[in-house]
Design a protein around this ligand. Sequence first.
Ligand SMILES: Nc1ncnc2c1ncn2[C@@H]1O[C@H](COP(=O)(O)OP(=O)(O)OP(=O)(O)O)[C@@H](O)[C@H]1O
Ligand SMILES: [Mg+2]
Length: 354
Amino acid sequence: MSSLPADCLKSVTFPELNRTLGSLSAVKKCEIQDGTAQITIELPVPGYPHKEELSQSIEKQIRSVSADVNQVDIEYTLNIKGPESGAKVGLHVKNMIAVGSGKGGVGKSTVAASLAYGLQSLGAKVGLLDADVYGPSIPHMTGSTGKPEVREHLNSNGSVVQRIHPVEHDGLKLMSIGFLVPEGEAIIWRGPMLHKMLTQFVAETEWGELDYLIVDMPPGTGDVALTLSQMLSLAGAVVVCTPQKVALLDAVKAIGMYQKVNIPILGMVENMTGEIFGRGGAEQAAADQKIPFLGEVPIEAEVRICGDERRMKDLFTEESKSKAALESICSRVAMEAAKVYFKKPATTTLEILQ
Ligand SMILES: Nc1ncnc2c1ncn2[C@@H]1O[C@H](COP(=O)(O)OP(=O)(O)OP(=O)(O)O)[C@@H](O)[C@H]1O
Ligand SMILES: [Mg+2]
């Protein structure tokens, strides 16, 4: 019977994340039994694309410190990290991610709903906030018919406060003005009302503990981005655009708008790639802007049909033609958010030393 030094894995790094296992306290088990090393590693990001590479580094390290190991078994668990986007307003939301574009109709809501379902299928706890108060689509796309409820809560100082409870549907927490007004009814908001309502939807809503809160942004205007950036520390924004040149110009403007309000850009998604609109324009624009390209969603009838028929969830079934493309975008978005988060200097001396 031999043992492994408890901290023998601490200097192994997470590929692409600029962090060691030690700095994230990611080694949850490191034992040897009958010649088998039993390792448990906590991953900070869902759908981590470098597991194989990480496993190889771990195995190499284990074999270099112990000659008695015949086999290395590695188990991965998940504990998603993020900038605690909601901390300023008392929320337990690790990563709030805005999905925006420069113009309307390019597929923001489609991508936002897909990110919510996709990140959930990768093991994350997810909420979806419809910040498009003039044209809410999330209730329709997800097929949720519930109503948010207002309940009384006791504050820590003993006073009673009213909190909104989001609609729970398919395991997601959802909030949209569309739950409160009949579908198809025109809504007229003045600027200050818009600000007030968004504040309620974010800060006065019981989101619970979430790894990701995805925000479906309204087209164009910077109002909502500004309100959100003042209230929260967003993990970043995903900019959706279609491949044509005219659309790309608007997307570049949207990127500038997010940068102006200090929301990090996670990257660009090209939507509706295919014969009609072309291909590759967004990838080129992302390269020109020096921001990540997160992937493309081909133009497919099923994407529109699932949205129209209130069943976006079905885009993630085995039969879905779009599943692979959407899943890859989801893990890319999670990685980019993690990279932005980990790029910030480590906060404690201990972390720096490790
Ligand atoms: N990849 C795709 N293939 C086919 N249809 C798509 C695709 N992406 C989006 N659509 C369809 O295009 C329409 C517009 O998409 P969506 O509502 O997501 O755009 P949006 O940017 O949120 O629009 P708005 O600016 O009005 O909020 C919808 O009918 C949607 O189903
Ligand atoms: Mg929309």
